[in-house]
Structures are given as structure tokens and as C-alpha cells.
Design a protein. Structure first.
Length: 134
């Protein structure tokens, strides 16, 4: 019994480290893209509470939201936030990595407005297909 508890603790710290690493990597890439002029807005990832209605079997215990804030200095339109969200969600590998690391919610916000958009990540992972033998 004690071994199971210890294994769960070790796994939790390992997952937390992987989650932090992904956020650091995202933020570094976003900063480089902004500096190089490839992105018109600086994006910054962080964790959030997420939406409990979006929980799935892989959801972390706490902080299940992956939040991207667009540091534009102005309120973004809904279409602009949708574009950022759609760009992330179109990358199935990224969505699956987010899910595997315990996130269940994608949130897009700006740095001045109050409202943002949310997506249920599991719906964009293209999971649940039939397993077939070749």
C-alpha cells in the first residue's frame, strides 16, 4: 500500500515537471516567433483551473486548463481568439500531448479583456477510432 502511494507521488512530480517543461518550451518558441516577426502578437502559456465539465480520464487532479494569453495590449475580438484556438487545435500531436499531460481545457485570453474562449481538448484529439489488424 505504501509503495503505491509513493509511486503516485513520484508520478505526480514527473508529470508536473513535464507540464512545466511544455509551458517553458511553448513560451520560448512563442517569444522567438514574435521577435522574428513571424507572429504579430506575443503569446504566453500558463496553467489555469480549467473547466470541470471538460474532465476526462487523463485529467490532472488540479489545474487542468492550458491557458494562452495574447499580449497584444488590447482586447482581442472573438474571431481573433478563435483563430489562435483553431491553430492550436489543428495540431493533433500538441492536443494529444496536452491531454496526456493532464490538461482538459484550452483557454485563449487577451491581456486586457475580461472574457476568453474555452475548448474541450478531448474533442480535438481524434481519438476513439477502431483498432484494426493488418
Amino acid at each position: 500500500m505504501l509503495v503505491n502511494v509513493w509511486n503516485n507521488i513520484i508520478e505526480w512530480f514527473s508529470d508536473r515537471s513535464a507540464r512545466n517543461s511544455l509551458i517553458r518550451s511553448f513560451n520560448k518558441s512563442a517569444k522567438e516567433s514574435f521577435i522574428a516577426g513571424l507572429s504579430p502578437t506575443l503569446l504566453q502559456a500558463s496553467v489555469s483551473r480549467g473547466n470541470s465539465a471538460y474532465r476526462h480520464q487523463f485529467s490532472a487532479w488540479m489545474y487542468t486548463g492550458f491557458r494562452i494569453k495574447a499580449l497584444s495590449g488590447r482586447a482581442l475580438s472573438k474571431d481573433e481568439m478563435m483563430f489562435i484556438g483553431d491553430t492550436v487545435l489543428a495540431n493533433t500531436n500538441l492536443v494529444r500531448r496536452l491531454i496526456a499531460l493532464g490538461w482538459d481545457t484550452l483557454e485563449i485570453h487577451d491581456d486586457t479583456g475580461v472574457y476568453g474562449l474555452r475548448w474541450k481538448l478531448i474533442e480535438y484529439a481524434q481519438m476513439g477510432g477502431l483498432l484494426t489488424q493488418s
